[in-house]
Design a protein around this ligand. Structure first.
Ligand code: CU
Length: 119
């Protein structure tokens, strides 16, 4: 076995070990899942258990009919494990947040939750 093969095997082992800890899981969100707010939130913030690739991560906000509103992911904002997006003013009603992030282990992780605005 040549030195290059040994080195390659070492990289593979590290990559496999890394995948155990680098897979991103959503820990909390703001607004939290299921809450009812009295005002439109200025932004959505998602916090994961480890850093994510912000430039390759997306957040969508959908109304009750499934129509999406434009959101701006703030790739330069906040800690590396948080994904934040600025929101336009949202009307009264139920809103669904669909997120997709790229973990540092290369896995795409997705999820969704809803919140409500009532005055
Ligand atoms: Cu993973």
């Amino acid at each position: 076995m040549g030195a290059a093969t040994v080195a390659a095997a070492g990289v593979l082992v590290m990559a496999l070990a890394g995948s155990v800890v680098a897979h991103s899981l959503l820990l909390e969100s703001s607004p939290a899942a299921g809450v009812t707010l009295t005002d439109s939130p200025p932004q959505i913030s998602l916090r994961f258990n480890n850093r994510i690739e912000k430039k390759l991560s997306t957040i969508r906000v959908l109304d009750e009919r499934g129509a999406s509103r434009p959101v701006t992911v703030l790739v330069a904002d906040g800690p590396a494990e948080c994904l934040t997006a600025a929101l336009p003013p949202l009307a009264v009603g139920s809103w669904r947040v669909e997120w997709q992030v790229l973990s540092t282990d290369g896995h795409i992780v997705r999820g969704s939750f809803s919140f409500r605005i009532a005055r």
